[in-house]
Design a protein around this ligand. Structure first.
Ligand code: RBZ
Ligand code: NIO
Length: 345
């Protein structure tokens, strides 16, 4: 499985869905953007009564050889330390996942360090951190394909257990740099416009980061193929997310998009099969400068914008209740007829 077929949205249901939304006891259009979300859920699931079942919050974790160049203000060791924090239930995403009834799983896609066995850890380490993209390709094509294969099995297992919605998140020191490189290569946007403060660079740190990324870009030359971009820059967590998005969409599962890094994986996935975007809802835009640009490039409309710049899937998790509300109003609200309310003349 490297290029799954994604079924088209059930467009034949669109008139009936629009009528169902308009017949609810409210002025037409008065639930605003929630109506768009409800329509999309109905088209995705092919039903007038969409349901969100066993939603999973997945945090894909991986390390980056490029982090050794100082592209992040934090040391690489933080990735493994944060994975332990996720497993102990102490990170921001744990709090929001608990609050919203999301089943959180952490995927070791390529963390540079040993991790203990844990019921919430899915151990699929492809390599203990990618190679340093400034010196050599971060991954081999075979390693990229292995990420896709693991992703398909992870999503297949979730689907078999009744899950139809995936909230995407990630952890990996240095991965805003990978997202910037992917965005620049695949959209043709100058690197400066794709690069931000990440986990908190000051202006001098940001300038250094841009300088290093320019050297990485020069080292690899122009790349337009999405898999080639993953092999050049990495990383395992980004490749696994891209594969998981394609696998989820192929099973008509909702892809809940998060911040800059998750969106870079979505960009890769959409270059492999643009239909993945039909199954995507954009949770938020982050304060990483390039994120809103990338979201609008993908035609996305974020549900919320709270100036988060964390990742982990936190923005997607915070937007999640809005998606649940959209499904719930479509399923549960009375119609003008059932509630015996006079409609417009
Ligand atoms: C303690 C801590 C927790 C995090 N949780 C997510 N990130 C976020 O920051 C990292 C990307 O930023 P950069 O490219 O600048 O390293 C990713 O791990 C992302 O998930 C974190 C970062 C830190 C330091
Ligand atoms: O937009 C994000 O997801 C993001 C931004 C900065 C650092 N980590 C994640």
């Amino acid at each position: 499985m490297t290029n799954p077929t994604i079924p088209p949205l059930s467009r034949e249901l669109e008139p009936a869905l629009r009528a169902a939304i308009d017949n609810k006891t409210k002025p037409p259009g008065s639930l605003g953007r929630l109506e768009e979300v409800a329509l999309r859920l109905g088209l995705m699931q092919g039903t007038l009564a969409p349901e969100l079942r066993a939603p999973a919050s997945l945090v894909f974790a991986g390390d980056h050889g490029l982090a050794d160049e100082g592209v992040s203000p934090f040391p690489k060791a933080v990735t493994v330390q944060m994975v332990l924090n996720f497993l102990a239930g102490g990170a921001a995403i744990n709090v929001f996942a608990r609050q919203h009834g999301l089943h959180l799983k952490v995927i070791d896609a390529g963390v540079a360090g040993a991790l203990p066995e844990h019921p919430d850890l899915i151990a699929r380490k492809v390599m203990p951190g990618t190679r340093n993209a400034l010196r050599e390709p971060a991954m081999t094509p075979a390693e990229v394909e292995l990420c896709f294969a693991h992703a398909d099995r992870i999503i297949g297992d979730l689907h078999a257990r009744g899950c139809n919605a995936v909230i995407f998140g990630e952890m990996g020191i240095g991965n805003t740099s990978i997202a910037s490189l992917l965005m620049s290569a695949l959209t043709g946007t100058p690197l400066e416009d794709c690069t931000g403060r990440g986990a908190g660079h000051d202006p001098a740190g940001l300038a250094r980061k841009i300088d290093i990324l320019k050297r990485v870009q020069a080292r690899h030359g122009p790349i337009t193929d999405p898999r080639a971009a993953l092999a050049a820059y990495g990383g395992c967590e980004v490749a696994m997310m891209a594969g998981a998005m394609l696998s989820a969409a192929s099973r008509r599962m909702l892809v809940m998009n998060d911040g800059f890094i998750v969106t870079s994986a979505l960009l890769v996935a959409s270059r492999i099969n643009p239909a993945v975007l039909d199954y995507t809802i954009f949770g938020h835009t982050s304060a990483e400068g390039a994120h809103p640009k990338l979201v609008s490039r993908l035609g996305g409309k974020p549900l919320i914008a709270l100036d988060l710049r964390l990742g982990e899937g936190t923005g997607a998790a915070l937007a999640w209740p809005l998606v649940m509300s959209a499904a719930a109003f479509l399923r549960e609200m009375a119609t003008f007829e059932s509630a015996k309310i006079s409609n417009r003349e």
